[in-house]
Write a protein that binds this ligand. Structure first.
Ligand code: HEM
Length: 437
């Protein structure tokens, strides 16, 4: 995004800045997302995953069709805001909260503006002078108001032991606690907080929604995962951090989901100097695109790439995965700084939901129709070409309490067969519609 300029008030977010400024900010952040720090934030995450499962209860009881994004989005934003500011926005119980609206709006980059800067780069200085920005101004301003209010409360020195992301950034300004680095400026703190909350919200929600979708459409995988969950945390026992991060099949399911639906469809890098690779010269300042989505679905790298098959990531199979062919969190020094944080909060929510409920398809569920998921109809997958982001559309499913499904082996088989028959019928209908066009 850096090269695109027009970043408005978020001009110094870590994902945008370059060179020494990037190195300085990134160095400050890296210790913030170690496993020790993420473990500290685990109890905050659990507070919200518990609220999430409670909020699904009435939907499950009444057998209502659920737009699963309306539950997973608030969970994601509540965790991000709580871990950043120690504030519970409780959007899970206020789904129409302005915070959700602005978080979704911030990264909706106007396509026309994107095309304009691509074809007429000489207009960039003029657009900058006109204060035009890719990021929604009203959303940035909304976030700034909240930020200023919370930051003002931190001027009280008794708050300096609060262990959230904001306080960590504020403490970086203190030469006593940060001897090596030059700390963040006030504006840099604002930009990082906005970027974390908003971009974390988007990517986490997208991944969670696709997980729900993949499991609803692959009940055999869901049942196997529930078995792993039950043996790791018997009798719906409390979820422990160490056990969660060691769950093997859960990790396979997570990886397979982000292989099929990586939230960043492409990565970009700018060549710092002219280089020759395999006889091709890449001149200095050229943008090189890494087509992650295409790589993740290349049949030479992933046999039957459209099939959701978590066993590709089993201990034995994993060693055959070619380096750099699986890049859901990017690669190299500019990879995602929040990998550990995101993985833990997503797995936690999924495990807690599956301890209590099962996902299943309903007639409102839209199917990704291979081989081209962008092909037709209302979509499960949305691709925002201007930001290279893949987003989950509204996704409808049923949530069933697990007792119903796991009463007995016969009952479980029955439910499984019903789901399977429904999925097959709906996929066939969708294919027929597609070919009749
Ligand atoms: C499933 C969730 C997430 C996915 C799939 C994801 C994916 C990515 C990807 C693909 C990149 C670009 C990496 C590259 O160019 O090599 C990135 C960058 C980044 N992500 Fe994430 N992300 C997720 C969640 C988060 C969360 C929760 C946070 C914050 C806590 C976060 C913070 C960042 C930051 C700050 C960068 C820019 C790093 C830099 O430029 O140095 N991400 N993410």
């Amino acid at each position: 995004m850096g090269r695109l300029r027009l970043n408005g008030d978020l001009y110094d977010a870590v994902s945008i800045v370059e060179d020494d400024q990037w190195r300085r900010i990134r160095n400050i952040f890296s210790p913030l997302f170690t496993s020790g720090r993420v473990k500290e934030m685990f109890s905050t995450m659990k507070h919200h995953s518990h609220k999430l499962t409670c909020s699904l209860q009435s939907k499950a009881q009444n057998g209502e069709v659920v737009n699963i994004k309306e539950f997973l989005g608030p969970y994601s934003i509540d965790v991000m805001v709580s871990c950043t500011f120690s504030v519970d926005m409780d959007t899970i119980n206020n789904p129409s909260s302005a915070l959700i609206t602005h978080a979704s709006k911030l990264f909706k980059i106007p396509t026309r503006l994107f095309i304009l800067q691509g074809f007429f780069p000489f207009l960039l200085p003029l657009l900058e002078l006109m204060d035009v920005s890719f990021f929604s101004k009203s959303s940035t301003a909304y976030f700034k108001t909240i930020f200023d209010k919370i930051k003002a409360e931190r001027s009280d020195s008794s708050k300096k032991n609060v262990r959230d992301i904001l306080q960590y950034m504020i403490n970086s300004q203190n030469p006593e606690t940060n001897k090596l680095n030059q700390g963040l400026t006030d504006h840099e703190i604002f930009s990082q907080a906005a970027m974390f909350v908003m971009s974390g919200y988007e990517s986490n929600t997208t991944t969670l929604v696709f997980l729900a979708y993949c499991l609803a459409t692959n009940p055999d995988v869901m049942i196997r995962l529930q078995e792993e969950i039950d043996s790791t945390f018997p009798n719906k026992g409390p979820i422990q951090y160490e056990a969660l991060v060691q769950m093997e099949y859960l990790d396979c399911v997570f990886n397979e989901c982000v292989r099929l639906y990586p939230s960043s469809a492409r990565l970009e890098r700018m060549s710092k100097e002219s280089v020759k690779i395999n006889g091709i010269t890449i001149p200095k300042d050229m943008i090189v695109t890494v087509p992650v989505y295409a790589l993740h679905r290349d049949p030479e790298l992933w046999p039957e790439p459209e099939t959701f098959n978590p066993d590709r990531f089993s201990k034995e199979s994993k060693q055959h995965i070619k380096p750099y062919s699986f890049l859901p969190f990017g690669v190299g020094p500019r990879n995602c700084v929040g990998i550990r944080f995101a993985t833990v909060m997503i797995k936690l929510a999924l495990v807690e939901i599956l301890q209590n409920y099962s996902f299943s398809v309903c007639k409102e569920t839209e199917f990704v129709c291979p081989p081209d998921p962008f092909a037709d109809g209302p979509r499960v997958v949305r691709w925002a070409s201007s930001t290279n982001q893949i987003k989950a559309a509204d996704t409808f499913c049923h949530i069933r309490r697990r007792e119903v499904q796991l009463g007995s082996d016969d009952m479980r088989l029955n439910v499984y067969l019903q789901d399977f028959a429904m999925i097959t019928r709906m996929l066939l209908e969708k294919k027929n519609r597609h070919y009749q066009k």
